[in-house]
Ligand binder design. Structure first.
Ligand SMILES: [Zn+2]
Length: 262
């Protein structure tokens, strides 16, 4: 019954609130990694983005007005990870808070002997369980260019949302059964440990060294490259690529290969 109701509501939204052609073309032009997908993927992405926009609430901070083209840019990138998983993965939150630029946040850390340390952190985005997703518009706007070095703040934060869905920021999203969970842990942990060793050694890495902070950050950083520079990830970390491809049910490097061949 609920499925039936949802399908009807979605069909109505797609009919009445479709993203206009011109706006969708502008979005694809600004974020070329979207255009590298198959025509089917791009069409489905447009529909998912329409449903996402109907469901989520955007709020601009510090005087920022969130125009349609900003909301569509965010929606299209946010929907990439759930293209084949489905929007229900984002059911746990409503709000998307957009700041003009990165935000300085006051943090507190209690060390092993109980001393409280205060420090400032620059945030381009933030996700929390059940809470709103925060994004810096400057970082979102630049993500067409920053895809070249595998950086994408929207993918990063929404992959945290997927990870957090079961309540734990542990780099392990909800997986269908125990064997898949074990396989996930073995592969991701192995890749993470090798990555941390490379970062410690001062090696140049394809993935953002920030991924060495914790395994949930590593998952988010790897997913960024998976979606915006998939061939690079496939070339350098084939096992990690295969793991992500299995979870997201997507093979974005194939789309990139096909568009290169044209
Ligand atoms: Zn993060």
């Amino acid at each position: 019954m609920i499925d039936w109701w949802r399908r009807r509501r979605d069909a109505r939204t797609l009919r009445d609130r479709a993203i206009p052609d011109a706006l969708w073309r502008v979005t694809l032009g600004r974020y070329p990694f979207l255009l590298q997908r198959s025509a089917d993927d791009v069409q489905r992405l447009r529909e998912l983005s329409t449903l996402f926009l109907a469901d989520k609430e955007f709020a601009g901070m510090q005087g920022l007005e969130v125009h349609d083209e900003m909301a569509v840019a965010i929606a299209a990138q946010a929907c990439l990870p759930v293209l084949n998983l489905g929007l229900a993965w984002y059911d746990g939150f409503k709000g998307i808070v957009v700041h003009p630029d990165a935000v300085r946040a006051r943090r507190e850390h209690v060390d092993e002997i109980g001393v409280v340390h205060h420090y400032d952190e620059e945030l381009a985005g933030e996700a929390m369980h059940g809470g709103p997703v925060m994004l810096s518009w400057r970082d979102v706007a630049e993500s067409g260019v920053s895809a070249e070095w595998g950086y994408n703040v929207v993918v990063h934060e929404f992959v945290h949302v997927l990870d957090l869905r079961d309540g734990a920021a542990d780099g392990v999203p909800a997986l269908p059964d125990r064997p898949s969970r074990e396989r996930w842990l073995v592969t991701l942990t192995g890749e993470y440990e090798r990555f941390c060793a490379a970062v410690d050694a001062g090696d140049e890495t394809l993935l953002d060294p920030y991924g060495a902070e914790a395994i949930d950050e590593f998952f988010a950083v790897a997913a960024e490259v998976f979606f915006v520079a998939p061939q690079d990830l496939l070339g350098e970390h084939p096992a990690l690529y295969a793991l992500l491809s299995g979870f997201f049910l997507q093979d974005p490097a194939r789309g990139a290969r096909e568009s290169l061949a044209q």
